[in-house]
Design a protein around this ligand. Sequence first.
Ligand SMILES: Cc1cc2nc3c(=O)[nH]c(=O)nc-3n(C[C@H](O)[C@H](O)[C@H](O)COP(=O)(O)OP(=O)(O)OC[C@H]3O[C@@H](n4cnc5c(N)ncnc54)[C@H](O)[C@@H]3O)c2cc1C
Length: 485
Amino acid sequence: MAPESVQSLLLFASDHPVWAVVITVLSLFVLRSLLKKLLKQKITNFPRKFPDDREKRTKEGFYDVAVVGAGPAGSTLGYYLAKAGRNCLLLEKKKFPRDKYCGDAVCKTAIEILMDMGIYEKLIKENKARIADAGGLCSPGGLSYIGRSKEILGEVPAALACKRWWLDEAIAMAAKRAGAHLMENSGVRDAVFDAKAGLWTVYLEDSDKSYKARILVCADGAPSKLATKLGIVKRPPDGSCSRAYVESGTHKFKADGCIFYHRDMLPGYSALFRHPNNELNYCVYLIPGNPKVTNDDLPYWHNFLMKQDPNISKSLGPGAKLERMKAASLRLGGEPVSHGDHVLVVGDAAGMIDPMTGEGIHHAMEAGKMAAKFLDEAMHHGNYDKDVMKLYHEAWMDKFGSDFKWSFAICQLLYRFPILLDAATAAIARKGDKFLAAWADIMTGRVPKIHLLRPEFVIVITFELVSLIIKRAFGIEKKREKKLE
Ligand SMILES: Cc1cc2nc3c(=O)[nH]c(=O)nc-3n(C[C@H](O)[C@H](O)[C@H](O)COP(=O)(O)OP(=O)(O)OC[C@H]3O[C@@H](n4cnc5c(N)ncnc54)[C@H](O)[C@@H]3O)c2cc1C
């Protein structure tokens, strides 16, 4: 750089120190992303180690991939691997159809994959799934908005209510039809890697049976027992969630779905979601970040909210008949490592649940599809070393995993300043259904959380925030609600 340019830059920096800092930070950020892209490894940078796998596989009788767990992650992976012509063993502990404690909210990204697999139409036609049209939220300060999404979103709805009894069976059977070797009632107790042969041996529970595979995928859900045993995952799940079905005809809920925030339980929340037969799903999500709420408090919050929260108790009505509370753990925010030599971890087992929502079906399916594409490529190339498998970890981190750190930060903000949720709800109520749809895209990870800093969100939410602060200071706040007729 010419000395005059350096001099004029220094002059600019001394005249405008704030701008100089902003420009330097932005330049460093751009430089870092460019360097990251330039230095990114590709599969082809690694030496080929297993060139004749297909022939060897037939002779020696092993699978390309053994997937442990046929939930949304494992079955989606099995489906796309089989479609790519790969020899995939899908081992599932239970027999389908089987229950899985869940809020049963299947969001847009998952719906698109269900459409691609040819399952969506069938679930709707057979009345096993219901499109959630009228939905919204109720803020900690009691502001609420219920909007409609069908007209705005067109072909792909924002969310679908589908019991896991039906959903998981449909995905697993699609994988089987595509050619994956699905084995039900086949819980896996252990997996041992022979580094010399480059093969895993997978052992079944209560049986002497074992199977060999070139690659192992752990997709056994939030407890992540297998990946923990193998030393890949090193922490227990962090959140928890309850579920209780509410009998059809016994409740007063009019919308298709609604999220309820209670000031003392933030950043957790509860939800009601309507099934095709008019049954409801009542869920309470305990999300880490509130020192006064622990996972042991789940039964308390489950019972307290349905009886004492004015909005939930009104929606349920005095005669609501609920099943006994069921509960399961949530592994939130993404595991720092989801790979090893010849092994991947996918779905809840790798913590692919958004800490802001506690939802993970869509990430499990998205990651399953990504892992299938990645493994197909790796098999073409013939190298499954840890450094190669790391490319899958980086891929899902780039797609949605790195956004989880923003979710954790936003959770902290909401816990400390619940008024932000009131302001966001007021903004949604002011701007209407399009704004709600854009908000839902951010909440479900279709759009990065950083988009909340865009002017279309910042301006309107800040306006509502200031106006709420003023109204509360003068005691003139009116509850703004939009109810279903
Ligand atoms: C109460 C609750 C409510 C939730 N609500 C929602 C919601 O509304 N929307 C949403 O998107 N997400 C929700 N989630 C999260 C969602 O359930 C998970 O993100 C999703 O199930 C992840 O899919 P998965 O395939 O990774 O794991 P799972 O669905 O847990 O599937 C794992 C599979 O592995 C099998 N398995 C386990 N161990 C073995 C073994 N040793 N051998 C063989 N098979 C084994 C299991 O039987 C199971 O079929 C909720 C979670 C909870 C707990």
